[in-house]
Ligand binder design. Sequence first.
Ligand SMILES: [Fe+2]
Ligand SMILES: [Fe+2]
Length: 140
Amino acid sequence: MLTKKMEKALNDQINAEFFSAFLYLSMSAYFTRKNLPGFAHWMNIQYQEESAHAMLFFNYVNERGGKAELKAIEKPDLEWKDSIKVFEAVLKHEQKVTALINNLVDISILEKDHATNNKLQWFVAEQVEEEAMHRKFLSS
Ligand SMILES: [Fe+2]
Ligand SMILES: [Fe+2]
């Protein structure tokens, strides 16, 4: 069983991952409006990946006999100044998500929840990859 604290933190992460999906879908629409279909397609793939992350957490809460709680998703930004600003916003957002994942790991340690800690390690590695990828975009 998940502790209440762990369950709440995981439910917050389901929401955070769905928010990431919304943000990237909004960016995809921005690029479509700017007639940049390659970037729009790329952000659509990011939308799908973030939705998959949300589902990994959702399924995990269920698997552990917890109560998966779906909360209202915050409205993402609609406009950016230019393409560079979008990718800067992506990197900044991914850094924020990394902090959220690290906080979840901290909670799993405090709660002595080894199974959740193990599950989270995939996300720890994923965040390293995502941050590195977006940093590379911005420097190229
Ligand atoms: Fe994610
Ligand atoms: Fe991400």
